[in-house]
Write a protein that binds this ligand. Structure first.
Ligand SMILES: *Cc1c(COP(=O)(O)O)cnc(C)c1O
Length: 254
């Protein structure tokens, strides 16, 4: 994609961010646009950087680190990288040095491995806990469906948050979720509202501040912003439809 086309797409997304913020009485400064560059080349990232974007999200460690190394050599300004996809705990040691924020901490085991890897290399990292609010079996994340009605779930979630927050070299900054795929984003508004209310409850009951809410993708980000998103993860609206890459299954490239 050339820079002119990318700039036009970026402007459309920014207009939608502004409109959603206006509707919700929020400032656009409260919403960070994370451009999801998975399946796209380092060149495409550089085009986006030259158009003014700073934050990029990737969902696979190997793909990301190669791309990040290339972009670091060639970009004329700093780029901030976000890991947004499922990470196997044995891959935790590959994260330090590459990502500023991991959105997808979905087990305490992964957080523990990451903390150890960070301590070994003398680094720190911000993380979000991924919550499976929708209850879909296909989704990663801590089981959070029915948190309102289930004291067991609430106790488990508060315990997991507390355990991760105690780990050295890791700073928990908030929560992340993915809504089900839906034709009409209004039908998934409850998922975003639920994540915000779960955040409020967890922050109150643990005393741990959780300022960040990572929620909203191409098909539903205006609704997520209305419900309090501080990080939105946008792929297709910026870069176009992703073709199926060789060797990737549909879930990995979705
Ligand atoms: C791919 C992906 C996105 C971006 O999805 P689009 O629909 O292309 O905007 C956001 N979050 C996660 C976790 C993803 O894997």
């Amino acid at each position: 994609m050339n820079k002119t086309e990318f700039t036009a797409r970026l402007q459309r997304v920014r207009d939608q961010i502004h409109a959603a913020c206006r509707k919700a009485g929020r400032s656009p400064d409260e919403v960070t646009l994370v451009a999801v560059s998975k399946t796209h080349s380092a060149d495409t990232v550089l085009t986006a950087v030259s158009a003014g974007l700073q934050h990029f999200g990737e969902n696979r460690v190997e793909e990301a680190t190669g791309k990040i190394a290339q972009v670091r050599q060639l970009a004329d300004r700093p780029v901030t990288w976000h890991m947004i996809g499922h990470v196997q705990s044995r891959k935790a040691r590959d994260l330090p040095g590459w990502f500023a924020l991991v959105h997808s901490i979905d087990t305490t085991r992964l957080a523990d491995k990451l903390s150890r890897a960070l301590a070994e290399s003398g680094q720190t990292m911000d993380v979000l806990l991924e919550m499976n609010v929708s209850g879909e079996a296909s989704k990663a994340g801590f089981a959070a469906h029915n948190w309102r009605s289930s004291e067991t779930i609430r106790t488990q979630l508060a315990g997991a948050l507390d355990a991760v927050a105690r780990l050295p070299n890791i700073q928990v900054r908030g929560l992340m979720t993915m809504a089900p795929i839906a034709e009409d984003p209004e039908t998934v508004r409850w998922v975003f509202a639920d994540l915000r209310e779960l955040r409020d409850w967890l922050a109150r009951s643990t005393g741990i501040a959780l300022p960040e809410l990572s929620m909203g993708m191409t098909d539903d980000f205006p609704v997520a912003i209305e419900e309090g998103a501080t990080l939105i993860r946008i792929g297709r609206a910026l870069f176009g439809e992703r073709g199926l890459q060789p060797g990737s299954d549909s879930e990995a490239s979705r």
